[in-house]
Design a protein around this ligand. Sequence first.
Ligand code: ADP
Ligand code: ADP
Length: 228
Amino acid sequence: GAPLLQASGVRKAFGKTRALKQADVQIHAGEIVAVMGPSGSGKSTLLHCLAGILVPDEGAVVYDGRRVDRLDEEQRSALRRTDFGFVFQFGQLLGELTVLENVALPLLLNGVKRGEAMARAGQWLETFGLIELGRRRPHEVSGGQAQRTAIARAMATSPKVIFADEPTGSLDSAAGLLVLDSFTSVAQSHGVAIVLVTHESRVAAYATRTIVVRDGVVATPTAVEPSR
Ligand code: ADP
Ligand code: ADP
């Protein structure tokens, strides 16, 4: 079928730094795509262009038949809130809210009434085995529990795509594996596409596909130059 999300000939520079020189990527529903490559190669820039956070200088980003790169800031913000979810390495939960309230927040921001938002947030906590922690504050849970809370929060608005930038980067391997299992389960049971930036091959092993970014260019793994 048609890809859910596609970048064609995408380029992005910051001043003289050509962060992304050529990106052609297709992502389908239910896929977990690992984006790998050395530090500074353009992985985050690619993720931000796909997610409508950055606007490319050239090329097209098409989501569900829509040209994301042609939307204005307000339209892109609305698209991110309704169709996309985000999980980052650190500091994404609000410390003054409980775990349950953190998961409910995107629903409240989307206009869902408080009672329903809390009920749906509780269901997501249940799904991720976190229901016992709902009344705690983020600093009262482990790093892995906080990351799974972040995934629950990203799922709360039923997005079609989740963008995750080094989501296990701050975790030990056992906690990281639980986070990766959570991604696998939402991809399989909800058909969510997951775009996962990582430099760890053990993380990429959980992906259904890996794309490699080198020096601003997206290459397939087979096109990677052999080491000399
Ligand atoms: P990666 O995620 O692979 O580490 P990035 O996409 O973050 O790579 O960065 C690619 C290049 O673009 C790097 O040289 C980085 O310093 C530069 N860059 C990224 N974001 C910005 C920015 N907002 N302003 C200036 N340079 C940036
Ligand atoms: P709002 O319009 O409600 O303030 P934003 O449009 O700023 O929300 O953000 C929508 C989503 O995009 C959020 O989930 C946020 O985490 C993500 N996001 C916004 N800006 C950035 C950024 N610079 N880098 C990464 N993610 C971002």
